[in-house]
Unconditional design. Sequence first.
Length: 72
Amino acid sequence: MLITDVIMPGMNGKELTETLGSFKSGFRTIFMSGYTSDVIAQHDVLDEGVHFLQKPFSIQSLAAKVREVLDT
């Protein structure tokens, strides 16, 4: 499982996922961001249906999201 920020300097989360996918396929990804959804949409980073966690989040929210993604 990869847990990555959506918007980072030099490479966004989608690019990171695609790069890592060329080495190891089939892993699941959770994207996170403190930016609002409209800012993220402007960067065209997240496809519909991806797993997303809005910052700030609690350890309980993170654990629940990890469980959700592993169960899908």
